[in-house]
Structures are given as structure tokens and as C-alpha cells.
Write a protein that binds this ligand. Sequence first.
Ligand code: PMP
Length: 425
Amino acid sequence: MELNSASKEQLAQWEQDLAAEYQAIKAKQLNLDLTRGKPSSEQLSLSDAMDGILNGDYKTADGTDTRNYGGLDGIAEIQAIGAEILTAPVENVLAGGNSSLTLMHQAMSVAYFFGLNGADSAWSKESTVKFLCPVPGYDRHFAVCEHLGIEMVTVPMTANGPDMDVVEKLVAEDHAIKGMWCVPKYSNPTGVVYSDETVQRIAALGKVAAANFRVFWDNAYGVHDLSAEPVALASIFDACKAAGTEDSVLQFASTSKITFAGAGVAFMAASSANLAGFKKSLGFMTIGPDKINQLRHAKFFAAPGSLKAHMEKHAAIIKPRFASVLSHLEEAFGNNDLGQWESADGGYFISFDTRPGLAKEVVKLAGEAGVKLTPAGATFPYGNDPQDANIRIAPTVPTVAQVDEAMKVFVTCVKLASVRQALAA
Ligand code: PMP
């Protein structure tokens, strides 16, 4: 389907055929959902053996009774797992409660109101605070900034991560910019893994950025590979050490999409100065995390190699769903310019760009045909995609047959919206 060179008659014929196809789909009264970036029950069941794993023994290796208060850093056994996921030294890892989003919100609140490096370092001392947001990105990151009144400045994503020429220029020139969101591996939603060069350039930002600049390095999908030979993400911790910018990056991760999304363990890795600054405030918020859940996780992943083996089981469940999405996209749009996407090798999402001006229309058409998609614009700050092009596809929850059915509807909607746009031009 080559729209640019098609005659009006040809376009009108395509419109008629696709509209008929669309009506036939509507008549089926489907009820499918590609909106949710969460594990399926089949995936959650992979961790059911955690239930009862403690068998009455609540003590850690060093004799700590996990049922009691205390231990702001988390138990040593789980810090070690956090260190493995975040490739950071264990002494720089803090293990918290069930949500990395909570840790990120807390860290940002501390940096904003109290300062990670003493009261004078608080961002709130300044009239304007800005954050760089690579787009498309994760809506909940943007919501944290919005909640704190931090102005968001978008930066385009490339196949290697954020456009670093743009990032470096902005950070050096505008010292109201106090940080940047990053999802460095299988980025939400584009699936991109930041290249080694991008990691190094991000580590170097601390040399030219405003005082108290902090990159929020959310490595939510650090071990969520689909391929047997995954691309490795360079260690930001090592890169910062080499650049002498250890204080400029805060790392986050969790086991939400490893064990239980609602009952996992979250981690933060940071320089000792940042950890000390954060814990000064954290100590007012809690007397300690849920150490029982931390110990359950540590026991579940006690055997060497067990985390990797566990993630391979997730991959076996997710892979056919990703394969279905990608094969439908390839078949429908592989040889035309109706859409663009990155073929993600891990994570939870596939990001699709329609021709400009069509994302909202496609989401509406799909919704009316019984296929729910994440609202267009959700992947941009303030819900505003200036190109109205990006759609996030989340295929983990439906069955493979449902993904297949939903994608047939999706490609029909993209084609129909594109043909109608070309006809109206
Ligand atoms: N970060 C990213 C990039 C995510 O995609 C998600 C979940 N969708 C989260 C964080 C949430 O993590 P948690 O469950 O640990 O709060």
C-alpha cells in the first residue's frame, strides 16, 4: 500500500475495502486490551514458590530478625541481588519496599525539598526547576515531575538512547535543568538499549551541568531479556567513577516484573554521599522496609544463576506475544511508510509511530472496534504528543491468540486512518 503515489480513485477503493473490513471486525464485538504493562498471571505464578519459603525461619545470615523494625538499607542478602541487577557495588545499594516508583518519588522529593547534599542543595531554592524527559517515555515519570511542579523539557529518543547532542547542549546552557529521566535498557516504550557511547556521555553530564544535577537512571528492565544473547548495557556506575561524577546519577530497579508486581522489592544504587543524603530524610518516613519480603526474595534467588534461569521462564512466556506484534507490523508496514517501530529485544512494550496526526484517530478506531490501547499522548509530558504519532503497545497480559486478534484490528485501523488522511489531503 503506497499512499504517496496512489491516485484518488485507488485511495477511494482502498478506503471502501478497509471500511468494510473494519465494520466486519466491529460486528465481532471484541473485548481485547493492549494497554497494560504488567505481568500476566502465568508470569506471576512463576514466583508462587516464595509463599511459605521461610518456613518459620525469619533470621538473616547475620542473625537479624526480619519481623522487627529497623535496617533502613535493607538486608544484606537482598542488597546483593540489587547489586547484581544494577551492576553496582553492594555497599552502594539500598533495598526498600515494593515499588521503585515510590523510591524515585521519594528521592526526587528529597532532592527538591531538602537537598541530597544539605539544605542549600535543595532544588526548591530556585525559581524554576526543569527536568529533561526523553520522548516517548514513561508516563509515571512525567507524572512525578508534574506532581512536584517541575517543568519538563522533551528530548527526542534515537535508536541509541536520548539524542545526546541535544541533551549536552541543554544541560550546559540552562542551569535550571536539574536532572533527566532515563530508562536505559529496553526503554519504556521504545525498547531501545542505550549504547556504550550514550552511557559515557550521560556519565559526563555531571561535569557541565548545574550544581545538584541528578540523572534518574530507572533500570526497570535490566534483566528482562528476550533473546539468548542480549545486548549488554554499560555500567553507569563505572562510567561515573571514571568521569569523577559519582554524585550525578541515582539508579533504580525492582523485582516488580521479576517476581510479583505488587509485592516485589525495590532498589536504589547511588554514591555514598547521595545515599547518606537520601537516608537522612528516609529515616523520617519509615523505621525500615518489609524485611520479611526481602528475605523471601533472597531465599528464592539464593542459588547462583537462579535469577537468570527465572528470567528465561518469563521470556518464554512473553516472546510469542512480542513475535505476534512484530510479525503483524512487519507484514502490514514492512514495505511502506504507514508506520515505524523498533523491534525490542526485551522489556514490556513495542512503540509504534503512525504518520503524523493519526495516533488519536487510530486509538479511537481500535477502541470502537473492541481493542483498548493506551491513550495517544500518554508517552509524552502533559499527555501531549506534538506529532500525534506515538502509540504504546503492551502485549504481555492477553493470550497469544488475543494478541494476534488485537493486532489484526490494529493494523486495519492504522491503514484505514492513513488512507482517510491521504484522501482528505
Ligand atoms: N519504571 C518503569 C520504566 C516502568 O515501566 C515501571 C512499570 N511499568 C516502573 C518503573 C514501576 O516499577 P515499580 O513497580 O517498581 O514501582
